[in-house]
Design a protein around this ligand. Structure first.
Ligand SMILES: NC(=O)c1ccc[n+]([C@@H]2O[C@H](COP(=O)([O-])OP(=O)(O)OC[C@H]3O[C@@H](n4cnc5c(N)ncnc54)[C@H](O)[C@@H]3O)[C@@H](O)[C@H]2O)c1
Length: 357
């Protein structure tokens, strides 16, 4: 089996994590890195001296007989770079969000098909063994009917200047919710506030309705004193908290619940039977999610498989963010998630402008 030849585009904050993983996974070789910033390239060359080539122009990678590229540049640039790479026959793993509007995401899906390329988006949490364990519990009926899910992703920073906190943080939670519930949300309502930078929301509250009356809520914030990455799933039988900040005990299963029992003596009144059982912390074998994600990308290239987080998965998440954006602009009005059409032409224009800003 010959090694797959990988190029990395973008080595700012997140790119080096992808580069490290592709270097460490057997069966892949990182051949070249591209970034607009010479200092970032110099840092990479010091850290990974085995990589021979670095370049400021990513199109130089087209001359290096690569199989695939991994793109960790700012979101506004994803569409143009991913499209160009696939048109040159390269398989693409692009960071989240896949694009800043769903029309561009749909176009990338077409370009991938036309060029026989694997197109995968870095929704890392779908490769996280704790998230997968929660999904298994839901699937096995261990939690009963799901009533609601609450997601929090908050810390101080990292502030962005070209995209708000919903574009930056919510894609992770939207991808987790879709994955856990095996469904797309029907509607979204988002309130946001721009506390630090004018016009760029740094805190947002998004309420989503899923089929079967399942309610979900996402709190996204760059302006919070403590780092929180927590998902609470409340079911009719049990409740689960997945806390990604916990180093070892990431999942706690609470055998807790309450039943409303109709009283026979007074018409229409209820009494409540509370149940307090054990709290179980299951052992979860933890493999680095990013490693699992990168391995899956390589496997999809080798076996011609569709990735779990393929272009369609990326586009669905973008459609939810688009609905959240529209809602936020209209002070939290409920907006239907448009899973058939593609956002507002003004959004497309705005994201193209951002790419060249
Ligand atoms: N999966 C995750 O958990 C996770 C975490 C953090 C960031 N991300 C994603 O990773 C991506 C990058 O985020 P970041 O925080 O590393 O941003 P960053 O700004 O720190 O780094 C982006 C780098 O891309 C480079 N770049 C920009 N345009 C380029 C071009 N045309 N060619 C080559 N290089 C170019 C910049 O010079 C910069 O070094 C974003 O899409 C972000 O959403 C994902």
């Amino acid at each position: 089996m010959t090694d797959l030849r990988i190029g990395a585009i973008g080595c700012g904050y997140w790119g080096p994590n992808l580069i490290r993983n592709f270097i460490e996974i057997p069966g892949a070789q990182v051949i070249a890195i591209s970034d607009l910033q010479q200092e970032s390239l110099d840092r990479m060359m010091q850290r990974f001296p085995q990589i021979e080539t670095s370049t400021r122009n990513y199109t130089d990678l087209f001359e290096m007989n690569l199989d695939a590229v991994v793109i960790a540049t700012p979101p506004a640039t994803h569409y143009e770079i991913a499209r160009n790479c696939m048109e040159h026959g390269l398989h693409v793993l692009v960071e989240k969000p896949i694009t800043l509007n769903s029309r561009d995401a749909a176009d990338l899906i077409k370009v991938a098909e036309a060029n026989n390329c694997v197109l995968m988006v870095g929704h890392t949490f779908e490769y996280n063994s704790a998230v997968r364990a929660v999904k298994q519990m839901i699937r096995d009926g261990e939690l009963g009917d799901i009533y609601y899910i609450d997601a929090i992703r908050a810390s101080l920073g990292l502030f962005q200047t070209k995209a708000n906190v919903v574009w930056d943080l919510a894609p992770h939670d939207i991808s987790i919710l879709r994955y856990l519930l095996d469904a797309d949300p029907i509607s979204v309502s988002t309130h946001g506030s721009s506390c630090v930078q004018e016009g760029i929301e740094d805190v947002a509250y998004t309420t989503l309705t899923f089929p079967n009356n399942v309610l979900a809520h996402i709190r996204s914030s760059w302006l919070d004193p403590s780092k929180q990455r927590r998902i609470t799933v409340v079911g009719s039988k049990k409740m689960v908290i997945y806390d990604d900040v916990e180093p070892l005990e990431k999942i706690k299963i609470y055998d807790k619940g309450v039943k409303a029992i109709r009283r026979t003596d007074t018409f229409g009144e209820f009494s409540f039977a509370y149940h307090y059982g054990d709290v179980v912390i299951p052992y979860i074998r933890f493999d680095e999610p990013l490693r699992v994600q990168c391995q899956h990308f390589l496997e999809c290239i080798r076996e011609g498989k569709q990735p779990q987080t393929d272009g369609h998965n990326g586009m669905r998440v973008v459609q939810v963010v688009e609905a959240a954006q529209r809602s936020m602009k209209s002070a939290g009005d409920t907006v239907l998630v448009n899973s058939n059409g593609h956002g507002d032409p003004a959004d497309v224009r705005q994201s193209r402008e951002l790419a060249h800003a």
